[in-house]
Design a binder for this molecule. Structure first.
Ligand code: URA
Ligand code: ZN
Length: 382
């Protein structure tokens, strides 16, 4: 295993504890896991576009085996820890910071959300303790629960040895992340040095993709474009609402290299400075912290962007000491080679780092793991 400053760390890698899988299997509306006659693996159906495809199958002749099943296959990669460790070993990953994947507990009824979060977070804690030093995790918050339950959940996770933050979607308490009601939550997370890993799920409204998308374009548009735009919009709203100034210790790690923020930050700035309404309201003061400053002071970006072009923009925007490697395992499995072998999610993202920063350079080592070790304090197992 490599020395601490040259560890390879995957900070964007998901797991589904068995109890969460059972919860999804019991559901009739998305998100759900369903078995189809003739298909080897059950399917995980989460996106609105997939729900449409599911409806078509449900109303079609039950005796015909559908060829184009909705969603994605739920393989052992989703919930087997042995499989996660195998993936890590195959790809030379020393440490993984695992997290529940979207849509987390966003759909869980208010009354049961607190208990569900506790059981999911305890399951993650337990998983990490079986491979000490190799696994840490981002916990999940019961966002649909009453405020006191939500704050109690932070009290629970802050005491969990391997917990380094929380994974959060963009819906917040139902009104997005610029909702003033979330400030106490952000304050509690910041006070306990729990980093928010911001991850998309909802994308953009389906109409944006046009009438041909569901039949002809697979998941490409919502995943490649909807996800990053969702993240971009969520953070821009937080910025405009002054959340980063209100909670200066808040730290956010943005999925997919910040969506399109590194590319669009200049345009956001220009639109602010030229907005008559904001100027008249005195919101464009010279002392104002620009979005560029927030990107360099309160934001970290993952390196899950699959190209050195996007990665260089992310590095330029936030600084090379704020980028952290990730794979998004178990999503995007190889379709034409053995799933137990190499995944492009590893090789493409790793090659992007080498191409942008020079193979084996100090900067590349920092992005591949050093930054994550430092920022998330991934050391000391005692
Ligand atoms: N698709 C998802 O739904 N989530 C991910 O994290 C990646 C792909
Ligand atoms: Zn992900």
């Amino acid at each position: 295993m490599s020395s601490l400053d040259s560890k390879v760390v995957d900070i964007h890698t998901h797991m589904y504890p068995p109890a969460y899988v059972e919860l999804l299997e019991s559901r009739k509306t998305i998100p759900l896991i369903r078995r189809f006659a003739g298909a080897k693996d059950p399917r995980y159906i989460i996106l609105p576009a997939e729900a449409e495809a599911l409806d078509k199958i449900t109303t079609s002749d039950p005796n015909t085996v559908p060829t184009n099943l909705p969603g994605r296959p739920v393989t052992t990669h989703y919930s087997s820890l042995t499989q996660k460790l195998h993936f890590m070993d195959t790809h030379g990953i020393d440490i993984s910071v695992i997290s529940l994947a979207n849509p987390w507990l966003d759909f869980v009824p208010s009354e049961t959300a607190g208990e569900t979060a506790k059981s999911v977070n305890s399951a993650f804690s337990e998983m990490c303790s079986t491979a000490p030093g190799r696994l840490f995790f981002f916990a999940t918050l019961p966002l649909t629960a009453p405020p006191e339950t939500l704050l109690a959940a932070i009290g629970h996770i802050k005491g969990l040895k391997y917990c380094r933050g929380v994974i959060l979607g963009t819906s917040g308490l139902g009104k997005g992340l610029d909702d003033a009601a979330l400030i106490p939550v952000f304050r509690a997370l910041a006070a306990n040095k729990l980093t928010i890993f911001l991850h998309p799920h909802y994308g953009l409204p389906s109409e944006v993709w046009g009438p041909r998308a569901t039949e002809e374009y697979g998941h490409v548009l919502p995943l490649a474009l909807g996800f990053p735009m969702e993240t971009t919009i969520a953070v821009a709203r937080m910025y405009l609402a002054g959340v980063f100034d209100t909670v200066p210790d808040l730290r956010m790690l943005l999925a997919h290299s910040g969506g399109t923020l590194p590319f669009l930050a200049g345009r956001i700035e220009s639109c602010i400075v030229h907005d008559g309404h904001l100027v008249r309201e005195g919101k464009v003061k010279s002392t104002r912290r620009t979005i560029w400053q927030v990107l360099k002071e309160q934001v970290y970006l993952d390196a899950v962007i699959y190209s050195d072009v996007g990665l260089k923009a992310a590095i330029d925007a936030s600084g090379v000491d704020r980028l952290m490697f990730g794979t998004d395992h178990p999503f995007f499995p190889p379709l034409n080679s053995d799933e137990q072998g190499e995944w492009e999610s590893m090789t493409w993202n790793k090659e992007s780092v080498s191409k942008a920063l020079g193979a084996d350079s100090e900067a590349a080592k920092a992005v591949m793991g050093g930054n994550a070790v430092e920022v998330l304090k991934l050391y000391g197992d005692d």
